[in-house]
Design a protein around this ligand. Structure first.
Ligand SMILES: CC(=O)SCCNC(=O)CCNC(=O)[C@H](O)C(C)(C)COP(=O)(O)OP(=O)(O)OC[C@H]1O[C@@H](n2cnc3c(N)ncnc32)[C@H](O)[C@@H]1OP(=O)(O)O
Length: 414
């Protein structure tokens, strides 16, 4: 049966059928309006949208696009970002995802991408293709009354200011600021113009788009250093307001900007709770509050998954705080990137070369992705039996070499 189904890149006229399959796979209304389809045309890139066709009907979807991923130390690597993965329920578990993924990863490797990235809908799907969870997502809810902030707070203490602006301002100011931010944030990914258009309503994929509030922080010197987008509900109970500010995104290029934006959000009259949106596990949000316990973790889970396609370039792209050498046996069941590699690293730079030297540790390509950006420790994976020590003590040494000073953070969903 599977053999009768053809997997291939779609053509632009096939987009409506492809989107019907995509909506069906995500359990959404199958047929898009002409306007919705028109807006989504902007994501069409020839060769990067795969479909599986049973006769003339599209029964599976897969889209990838070019992205940059920031690594430890601030360099970026080219990534193959994977999204819109669905198989129609009538055609599941016949190997269609496996066929689409194999085609896409082979093409990405051929193009020279260092990694593939995705946000996994469910944990068990992507490990088999060599993806490993590489960043963790943490969401907090701040109970404003417990935060200990001064009730009379009305502006940043540092001489900076916060202004509410509209979507057009965000489209002008956002991309440059985000570029600076993401280059200092391992785990962050590039944002396209379309990303900003969708978040500010200039392009709408769904008819019921709700306009959020946009806040911008400028330093005392007048520099734009941070911005946030948030919504609020309209929640009155009797004569009391219990509104929640729901942060869509918030980032800054200085701690002062982030502190001021969180204080602003926690000081809006009627707002009793602030939901943080997607942060890294070691985000400073709780510590910007006089009482950090006011921020309660509501979600903690795997977020960005990474599939390393080129071990040498991946390990050479990042920086290392200490000096050391490590021989790694990297097992890749798909045969895309495995082998034995010698990493010689120091704060001055790193070189990684294929070798026949005796290995220190052995690990899967997915486990390498989990330790590469510093989200996991080699010692923890060793304790779990997912990294093997070929020399006693090597896991702890690998840990010291690969450790990063902060956890990586991918604030985006794609
Ligand atoms: C990046 C993103 O877009 S994330 C969104 C992913 N999409 C969804 O969650 C939408 C709903 N789910 C689906 O559309 C499908 O179930 C998919 C795309 C997840 C899987 O497609 P399928 O064609 O059924 O996968 P395929 O047949 O290639 O499965 C390969 C293997 O993965 C396993 N597998 C696939 N999906 C799952 C899952 N959700 N949970 C556990 N195992 C899974 C299969 O059992 C199979 O295992 P086997 O090799 O041991 O037999």
């Amino acid at each position: 049966m599977t053999d009768a189904v053809e997997v291939r890149p779609i053509t632009e006229p096939e987009l409506a059928d492809w989107h019907r399959a995509l909506s069906t796979g995500f359990l959404q209304t199958p047929t898009l309006s002409a306007d919705q389809l028109d807006a989504r045309r902007r994501q069409f890139v020839a060769g990067r949208l795969l479909g599986a066709f049973d006769g003339s009907r599209c029964v599976a979807t897969f889209r990838s696009f070019d992205q940059e991923l920031t690594v430890v130390g601030g360099a970026t690597v080219p990534a193959d970002a994977v999204s819109n993965v669905t198989v129609t329920p009538t055609h599941r578990r016949r190997g269609l995802l496996t066929r689409m993924m194999s085609q896409d990863l082979a093409a990405a490797k051929e193009r020279g991408d260092v990694v593939a990235t995705l946000i996994a809908a469910e944990y068990p799907i992507y490990g088999r293709y060599g993806f490993g969870p590489a960043t963790t997502l943490t969401e907090w809810t701040v109970e404003v009354s417990r935060a200990g902030l001064d009730k009379r707070w009305s502006r940043p203490e540092d001489g900076g200011r916060i202004d509410l602006v509209d979507g057009e301002d965000i489209r002008k100011l956002g991309p440059d600021l985000y570029e600076r931010f993401r280059r200092g944030t391992p785990g962050a990914v590039s944002r396209s113009d379309l990303w900003w258009q969708l978040r500010t309503g200039a392009v709408r994929f769904d008819e019921e788009w709700k306009e959020p509030y946009f806040a911008v922080y400028r330093s005392a010197a007048g520099e734009v250093e941070g911005m946030a987008s948030y919504e609020s509900d309209d929640n009155w109970q009797g004569k009391q307001p219990y509104d929640t500010a729901d942060v869509q995104w918030l980032f800054g290029t200085s701690p002062a900007a982030e502190r001021a934006l969180w204080h602003y959000l926690c000081s809006i009259d009627w707002i009793t709770r602030v939901k943080s949106g997607r942060r890294s596990p070691d985000d400073l949000l709780p510590h910007y509050l006089p009482d950090p316990r006011a921020a309660r973790i509501t979600t903690q889970a795997d977020w960005l998954w990474v599939r390393i396609l080129d071990v040498v370039r991946a390990l050479e792209a990042r920086t290392y705080d200490s000096a050391g050498s490590l021989v790694l046996d990297v097992v890749d069941r798909q045969g895309l990137a495995g082998g034995r590699f010698r990493l010689d690293a120091s704060p001055d730079g790193a070189s990684c070369t294929p070798t026949t030297d005796t290995p220190d540790i052995a690990l899967g390509i997915a486990e390498l992705a989990s330790v590469w950006l510093g989200d996991q420790s080699v010692a923890r994976l060793h304790t779990l039996g997912r990294v093997q020590e070929e020399r006693v003590g090597a896991a702890r040494e690998a840990d010291a070499l690969l450790r990063a000073s902060g956890r990586p953070w991918c604030p985006d969903i794609f």
